[in-house]
Every structure is written in structure tokens, then in C-alpha cells.
Design a protein around this ligand. Structure first.
Ligand code: ZN
Length: 84
């Protein structure tokens, strides 16, 4: 996991505000950020699942725990482009 803080913003040193930057340095930063956020979302899903397991069935249904977990897991399952 990258320990480098995420600093990329537009315009970066390579691009204007109106164009997306594909400079390798910026792509690496964005990829590291995506990885960091995916890991954070994975952790959050595990927290919701483990805390939610202690909730009374009434509240699991009232809050739609299963639906929330399905939705969150689906967000993580989005296919990533396989170009390198
Ligand atoms: Zn850039």
C-alpha cells in the first residue's frame, strides 16, 4: 500500500483543468488512490457486516442491512479497465 499522500489535482503540472492527465506520474497517483479507497471501502463493508450482525432482526430489516451490503459489495465489483 502506498504511503505517499494523494496530492494530484487539476490542473496538475502536465495538464489544464479541462483535460484529463495521462502522465505516468499522475496515473500512478490516481491508481494508488483508487487502491487506497477500495481497501477503505472493503474495510467499511466488513465493519457494517460485523456490527450489523449484532442488530436485532427487526432493525436489520428496518435499516435494510442486507440491501446495503449488496449495494456496497456491488460498488466494489465494478470492472476495472484491463489496459496497462
Ligand atoms: Zn499530470
Amino acid at each position: 500500500m502506498s504511503s505517499q499522500p494523494f496530492k494530484t489535482g487539476y490542473p496538475c503540472e502536465h495538464a489544464t483543468a479541462s483535460e484529463r492527465c495521462y502522465h505516468p506520474d499522475c496515473v500512478r497517483l490516481w491508481e494508488a488512490e483508487v487502491t487506497r479507497l477500495r481497501e477503505a471501502l472493503t474495510d467499511a463493508i466488513e465493519c457494517v457486516a460485523s456490527w450489523g450482525a449484532y442488530a436485532d432482526d427487526y432493525f436489520k430489516e428496518k435499516w435494510g442491512l442486507e440491501g446495503d451490503l449488496v449495494r456496497l459489495r456491488a460498488a466494489l465489483a465494478v470492472e476495472e479497465p484491463d489496459e496497462q
